[in-house]
Design a protein around this ligand. Structure first.
Ligand code: PRT
Ligand code: MG
Length: 212
């Protein structure tokens, strides 16, 4: 049995064409079914649905043989034992710094002021500001980062941006791009040895079907 960990939503949707290219059809729709284990047309392949940030954990401890996770999630997850053979180029977006449109970020940085930054991505944010030599107080949030600058919780946020419409709707502006983000395939290292052939075939099919 090969177990693939996916999260519901964009990662599931964007992985479907890659599975199809490998001859795998998922037989249940996670949007209508409440099942967490989905069968496929191949009796030896199943999909498990987990939170996006839990994908690396499932793969690391062998709850799944492989999974698809965003670069953001992988950078925030500290764990060994994950083989990352492939950037799938799906679920693309960027990690950015954003502030209220009336906040002068450049001036605050130049003056060396301490900036309060709210984010779910504390590892990425800590690294970014340390490399720039900018003093920040990081405030950990689990969602709705956009609200932080509007309520005075923080001057800036570090969050994912794709179309930019969420920032715009909240009168925030992107003041710095930290990195481009896409989703990667992660594989359990022990599974790679024990299930070498089927995994190799799957990885190859994903590689040739993933957007360039
Ligand atoms: O939602 P949940 O808390 O379960 O987990 P999650 O938010 O980590 O999962 P999910 O499914 O929302 O995202 C899974 C992965 O998709 C992320 O880890 C990213 O690698 C990738 N991805 C790509 C995105 C986006 N694009 C994206 N736009 N993840 C989140 N967003 C959010 C962003 O945080 C912001 O709130 O969408 C909003 C901005 O979108 P725009 O289009 O308005 O700019
Ligand atoms: Mg989400």
């Amino acid at each position: 049995m090969i177990t693939l960990a996916l999260s519901k939503g964009r990662i599931f949707e964007e992985t479907l064409p890659l599975l199809r290219a490998a001859g795998i059809e998922v037989l249940e729709d996670p949007e209508t079914s409440r099942k967490l284990i989905l069968t496929t047309n191949q009796p030896e392949v199943r999909v498990v649905l987990v939170r996006a940030s839990d994908v690396p954990t499932y793969v690391q401890y062998g709850g799944a043989d492989l999974g698809v996770a965003g670069r953001d999630v992988l950078l925030e997850h500290d764990g060994e034992g994950l083989y990352q053979p492939l950037d799938l180029n799906i679920a693309r977006c960027r990690m950015s710094v954003a502030t209220r449109d009336d906040f002068d970020y450049a001036a605050a940085v130049k003056q060396g002021s301490r900036i309060r930054v709210a984010t779910k991505y504390t590892a990425i944010a800590r690294d970014h500001f340390a490399n720039k030599g900018v003093h920040v107080d990081l405030i950990k949030l689990y969602g709705s980062m956009e609200l932080a600058p509007l309520t005075g919780l923080a001057e800036a946020i570090v969050d994912l941006v794709s179309t930019g419409s969420t920032l715009k709707a909240n009168r925030l502006v992107e003041v710095e791009r930290i990195m481009d983000i896409s989703s990667r395939l992660v594989v359990n290292q022990a599974a790679l040895k024990l299930k070498r052939e089927p995994l190799r075939r799957l990885i190859e099919a994903f590689a040739s079907a993933s957007p360039k």
